[in-house]
Design a protein around this ligand. Structure first.
Ligand code: NCD
Ligand code: ZN
Ligand code: ZN
Ligand code: ZN
Length: 391
C-alpha cells in the first residue's frame, strides 16, 4: 500500500501520556471508540486514558475493562491510568498493585481531575509506586491556593475578576513532589506544566539528580489568557492559559529537554457544560486531533525543534517515561510498525463539527493550522488515512 506522498515525514507513532476518554460514565462526551478515532487521526498509536471516569479507575475491574475495550476498538493502544486514591475525593491509597498486576498492566497512576492535596498521602503513594516500579503523574495543583472553581490567572483574568489558579498553586506542588520523590528515591511526572516558574523548578530538580519528568500541552505552548476577554468558556482549562512569557519558557524548556514531552490533556465536554457562564463551565479542551499542528506551529516553524525533535517529544520520550517497550523506538526489520506519516507542507482549517471526538470544545475552531496527518499505522495496519479512520 502506498501511503507516502510529496513532503511526507515519517515519524514513530505518537504516544499521549494524558488523554481523557469519558468511558465509563460520560459516553455522551467521548467513548473509547470515538477517542481512539480522534487519536488515530491525530497520529497517535498509544494513549494513556486518565482515571477521572465514573466510576473512577481506582480498581482493576475498571482498568481492565478500559484496556479490553481499547483492544476491541483496535485503533490505538489504550493504556488506562489508575487513580492514586480511592474515589473522587480519595483519602485512601488505591490498590495500585492490583491494577499493575491486572490484564491492563497499569504503568502510570495519577490524581489528575481528582487532586490529592494531602502531602503525607502523596509521600505514601510515591513510596508504594517505588516498590511497584510504576509512575506517579501529578496534576500539580494545590487546591487550597485556588479560588473557587475559577481556573484562571494572569492580568486579563484579574482585570475581569477571574483570577483563580495562581502560579503558586502549581509551582508549590512541583517543588513539594520533587522533594518527596527525592526522599522516596523514586520518580514523579508533572502533568500539564504551565508556568515559567515550573520550567525553572523542573530544571533545578533535574540538576539535583531528582527523577522528575514533565509534560506540556499544545494549548499551553500556543494560547494566552488574552483569550479570556471574550468570556468564551471554550478557553477555560486546568491549569489556566497564562501569559506569553510562559508560552516562551515552555517552548524553550521543551526544546532543551527540561520539559520532556507533549501531552494533549484532551478533555472532551458536552456543549451544555461549555455554553454556560464562565465560572460554572467545565474546564478542559480537545487536543488529540490538533496536537501535531500546534507543535509544528510553535516549535518547528519557530526553529526550536526539527523533525527529529518532534519524534522525541511526541513519541520517544513519553514511551520511555511510562515504560512502553513497543512504541517510540526504531522498528526492527520484519517487525510490525507503529508510525505516523505527516504532510509537512499541507495546512487545514479546523471545523469543530468535522472532528471525530464526540465533543466540540476545540479552542482552534476556524483557525488554519500547519501540517496534516497523512496516515497512522498501528502494528503494521493503517488506522487512519487522509483524514478518515480505517476500521
Ligand atoms: C480535566 C478534565 O476535564 O477531566 N480538565 C482540564 O481542564 N484539564 C481535569 C482536570 O485536570 O481538571
Ligand atoms: Zn489536570
Ligand atoms: Zn495533585
Ligand atoms: Zn487532565
Amino acid at each position: 500500500e502506498r501511503i507516502a506522498g510529496r513532503n511526507s515525514v515519517l515519524l514513530p507513532g505518537f504516544v499521549d501520556m494524558h488523554t481523557h476518554l469519558r468511558e465509563p460514565g460520560r459516553e455522551d462526551t467521548e467513548t473509547i471508540a470515538s477517542g481512539s478515532a480522534a487519536a488515530a487521526l491525530g497520529g497517535y498509536t498509544a494513549v494513556f486514558a486518565m482515571a477521572n471516569t465514573d466510576p473512577v479507575a481506582d480498581n482493576s475491574t475498571v482498568t481492565d475493562n478500559v484496556y479490553r475495550t481499547g483492544r476491541e476498538v483496535g485503533l490505538v493502544d489504550v493504556h488506562p491510568v489508575g487513580a492514586v486514591t480511592v474515589g473522587l475525593q480519595g483519602k485512601q491509597l488505591a490498590e495500585m498493585g492490583m491494577m499493575a498486576a491486572g490484564a491492563a498492566k497499569v504503568k502510570m497512576f495519577s490524581d489528575d481531575g481528582k487532586c490529592v492535596d494531602d502531602p503525607l498521602l502523596m509521600r505514601r503513594a510515591l513510596e508504594y509506586a517505588k516498590g511497584l516500579d510504576v509512575l506517579i503523574a501529578q496534576h500539580a495543583e494545590e487546591p487550597r491556593l485556588t479560588v473557587g472553581a475559577l481556573a484562571h490567572d494572569g492580568p486579563t483574568a484579574s482585570r475581569l475578576g477571574l483570577a483563580g489558579w495562581p502560579r503558586a498553586a502549581e509551582e508549590s506542588i512541583v517543588v513539594r513532589d520533587a522533594l518527596l520523590a527525592r526522599d522516596a528515591g523514586t520518580r514523579v511526572h508533572i502533568c500539564h506544566a504551565s508556568t515559567e516558574g515550573t520550567v525553572e523548578l523542573v530544571k533545578w530538580a533535574k540538576a539535583q539528580g531528582i527523577s522528575i519528568t514533565a509534560e506540556v500541552t499544545p494549548h499551553h505552548l500556543l494560547l494566552t489568557d488574552a483569550r479570556l476577554e471574550t468570556y468564551d468558556p471554550v478557553n477555560k482549562v486546568n491549569p489556566p492559559l497564562r501569559e506569553e512569557r510562559d508560552n516562551l519558557a515552555l517552548r524553550r524548556g521543551l526544546a532543551d529537554g527540561t520539559i520532556d514531552c507533549v501531552a494533549t490533556d484532551h478533555a472532551p465536554h458536552a456543549a451544555q457544560e461549555k455554553c454556560c457562564e464562565f465560572s460554572v463551565a467545565r474546564p478542559g479542551m480537545l487536543g488529540l486531533e490538533t496536537a501535531l499542528s500546534i507543535v509544528v506551529e510553535t516549535m518547528v516553524n519557530t526553529g526550536l525543534l526539527d523533525w527529529r525533535g518532534v519524534a522525541k517529544v511526541m513519541s520517544e520520550r513519553p514511551a520511555q517515561i511510562v515504560g512502553l517497550t513497543d512504541q517510540g523506538r526504531p522498528i526492527a526489520v520484519g517487525e510490525p510498525a507503529n508510525l505516523t506519516v505527516v504532510d509537512a507542507e499541507a495546512s487545514w482549517t479546523v471545523t469543530a463539527d468535522d472532528l471525530a471526538s464526540l465533543s466540540r470544545n476545540t479552542p482552534y475552531a476556524d483557525m488554519t493550522l500547519p501540517a496534516t496527518i497523512r496516515a497512522t499505522v498501528l502494528r503494521g495496519a493503517v488506522t487512519a488515512y487522509e483524514g478518515s479512520v480505517r476500521r
